[in-house]
Design a protein around this ligand. Structure first.
Ligand code: TYD
Length: 207
């Protein structure tokens, strides 16, 4: 079972995913919890290049390909082996982040990005995706107040982040089977309870 958390910057995914990991582990599930880009030796090196403030002149196409390269490595080296063993994989961002940030954010041709993602992931798709929805202004303010590292992507203009959020909402509305939208502007414990509730009902429908 492959579960992803998606959302604009400052939506609180990182805290929520670790709480979900604890919750599932306590219930006896074997869980792999990771983040993108990163989580492989090669992926962490790519992450450094992507996030480095010195790389101000990185072209959006270069950026897109680097995210895809890190992901291709993660799929083969980590995700597939865990899924083949029957573990639950919980991932903080995946291919939908590239659709939202590079596709909708940079306004690239969405079909082209979709093909690129298919190539990078070998067609591996999540079973369930949570969209932690928050308005970008609130999200970026949370980040600046110390909710995480301030990276090269955060520095893009607010309109960019608004397109990212709209992109997420569009994708989620187009495929409600896979996507569950959760209002992440609320207190973290309230958000966590809703995530757990949705997850438990999803898991019980499978058994
Ligand atoms: P990170 O510090 O992990 O932020 P967050 O806690 O918000 O996930 O930085 C990841 C940044 O990279 C974030 O701004 C989203 C962006 N990103 C893309 O633009 N495309 C992608 O495919 C991925 C995975 C992330």
């Amino acid at each position: 079972m492959f579960i992803t958390l998606e959302g604009p910057d400052g939506s609180g995914k990182t805290l929520q995913i670790h709480l979900l990991e604890e919750f599932l582990t306590a219930r006896g599930y074997k869980v792999f919890c990771g983040r993108e880009p990163g989580d492989t030796f090669i992926g962490e090196q790519i992450r450094q290049v992507l996030m480095d403030h010195q790389n101000k002149n990185m072209h959006p196409r270069t950026e897109t390909l680097l995210f895809c390269a890190a992901r291709a490595q993660l799929v083969e080296e980590v995700l597939k082996p865990h899924l083949e063993r029957g573990d639950i994989v919980l991932l903080d961002r995946y291919a939908d982040s590239t659709m939202a940030y590079q596709g909708y954010g940079h306004q690239f041709d969405l079909d082209l990005i979709r093909s690129l993602l298919h190539f990078a992931t070998g067609g591996l798709r999540p079973n369930l995706t949570f969209l932690l929805d928050v308005d970008p202004q609130t999200g970026l303010e949370r980040r600046q107040k110390g909710g995480g590292e301030w990276n090269r992507m955060d520095a893009y203009v607010l309109q960019y982040h608004q397109r990212v959020r709209q992109g997420y909402l569009e994708m989620a509305q187009a495929d409600p089977q896979r996507w569950k939208i959760v209002d992440a502007s609320r207190q973290p414990d309230v958000v966590q309870s809703e995530l757990r509730e949705i997850l438990l009902s999803y898991l019980s429908n499978l058994s």
